[in-house]
Design a protein around this ligand. Sequence first.
Ligand SMILES: Nc1ncnc2c1ncn2[C@@H]1O[C@H](COP(=O)(O)OP(=O)(O)O)[C@@H](O)[C@H]1O
Ligand SMILES: [Mg+2]
Length: 270
Amino acid sequence: MNTQAFASGLAQTAAAPALRLQNVESAYGPIRAIRGVSLQVGQGQIATVLGSNGAGKSTILKTISGIIDPRKGSIEFEGEDITARDPSLIVQRGLSHVPEGREVFALLSVHDNLMMGAYTRRDRDGVARDLESVYAYFPILRERAAQDAGLLSGGQQQMLSISRALMAAPHMILLDEPSLGLSPLLTREIFEIVVRINRERGTTILLVEQNANMALNVADFGYVLESGRIVMEDTCERLREKDDIKEFYLGMKETGVRGERRWKKKKNWR
Ligand SMILES: Nc1ncnc2c1ncn2[C@@H]1O[C@H](COP(=O)(O)OP(=O)(O)O)[C@@H](O)[C@H]1O
Ligand SMILES: [Mg+2]
């Protein structure tokens, strides 16, 4: 890490990070999917974890949100230890997860999907206000409010999935590859809204992506994950300038930072 990155690391610490992972290890039976991951996201920041297919990105998010329990390490959210806590408790604390592949309730209406996101809340006025604000971010969802969510396009389902997370009034959102399967145009639209949510509401965001181009443009700080380990971290401004990143994550080189091979050619950056 160079001195500037070190200084920004210190700045993050001084501001008390929203999220801090220390040496987190998670496995599926014998498969150690993440191996000693340490990272932090400053309050109000957008951080990104870049990595190719199978690197362990989704596992990091599932471990944070309590879907899987880590074998080792600790996770702190806003100063509280949330390691292996119940997922519903973690949502109540203000940390929402937008899973990979959207996972909307196909047979429920758009409106009912949104209300599912608010099911733990008792502040009816606040819920009504947040419903209005997600419809303002994504007007198409208001138009489709009465339709079954299963009838929405992929991009609209992604919008719904993000909006459902917002309905829990989170301080922080975990976003799992929002660009997956979407056209460049839709991807850009969705990222614009993600940035607005961050700027307008102060929501802290941890974004995992294969789409390094888009992620490095919107995020402040980035981590590169290969085979379950963080192999590089820096401000996105500096990551964009690094040859390894340019060649492997933004371009055509065959090997990654620590010699990881491309996992699947067709799963490249768009
Ligand atoms: N449910 C599962 N059972 C067994 N292995 C899994 C499961 N989910 C993911 N893995 C494995 O864990 C590793 C990391 O997966 P994942 O976190 O989904 O990566 P990414 O999100 O970066 O594509 C991969 O080797 C993957 O095959
Ligand atoms: Mg994934």
